[in-house]
Design a protein around this ligand. Sequence first.
Ligand SMILES: Nc1ncnc2c1ncn2[C@@H]1O[C@H](COP(=O)(O)OP(=O)(O)O)[C@@H](O)[C@H]1O
Ligand SMILES: CC(=O)N[C@@H](CCC(=O)OP(=O)(O)O)C(=O)O
Length: 255
Amino acid sequence: MSSKTWVIKLGGAVLNTENAAKALFEILNEQDDAQFVIVHGGGSLVDSWLKEAGFASAKHQGLRISPKEQMPYIVGALAGAANKQLMAQAISVGHKPVGLSLYEAGITASQKLKALGQVGQCHNNADSIINDLLSAGRLPIISSIGFDEQGLLYNVNADEAAAAMANNLNAELIFMTDVEAVLDANKQPLHQLDTKHIDTLIAEGVILGGMEVKVKTSLHAAQHLRRGVYISSWQKPENLTALLQGEHVGTKVTP
Ligand SMILES: Nc1ncnc2c1ncn2[C@@H]1O[C@H](COP(=O)(O)OP(=O)(O)O)[C@@H](O)[C@H]1O
Ligand SMILES: CC(=O)N[C@@H](CCC(=O)OP(=O)(O)O)C(=O)O
């Protein structure tokens, strides 16, 4: 029987808590018959790099407007600092990670909307080295920096990148973020979410910003993969253990 593949998306805020990612990587070491692909963000690192460089940065529906002149900082923060910090934590607990952009992982990018500058959307491209890396026992750690066929660089939202990766591999998909679950208007965790529920909560302004992108992306992924997608917190590593064992923690977004 071939082993199950999981795409785990780590929100960039995991880098602000010392060794938080390390605890998650340790859990991956304990799993039999499973292979893992990590896709990571780094929005808070991009915020501070752009600020230090004197740039103002704005978001539209949770997506960072990415002018060309800001791309060296965005690429440096995501494909550089964030990716390498995560590799360091993975190596420290015995993994053999390979840091990649979306291109090597079989995903090309194109401009999403002119007004957003270099914000990219994902396209499947069969030319991926991920399965070769998994067969060789390596742990792919993928940033959300993409390229098009001309070699232009794009800033892809990391949730969208993770969903594209899961679609590409027909993998299970888990979003590890900085809240235990999607919360309702009374700040209570929602155990399950479907299309109707999501539309209402977004229209009511209960789900917004980065979480709006995450639930919309989760829903598309769940519909495409024909199975539930989970949103849970990296602040509780035991949640990851439970999810990998098929238990229900956090929010399950269903098709
Ligand atoms: N209904 C909601 N439930 C939980 N979090 C929400 C909700 N609406 C907005 N958020 C915000 O979304 C954030 C998570 O999204 P984001 O910052 O993009 O995470 P990540 O970097 O992990 O992708 C939470 O920290 C919270 O501030
Ligand atoms: C287009 C777009 O919004 N790109 C994101 C990419 C990083 C990201 O998504 O990081 P988190 O997962 O930590 O939020 C950004 O520049 O912040």
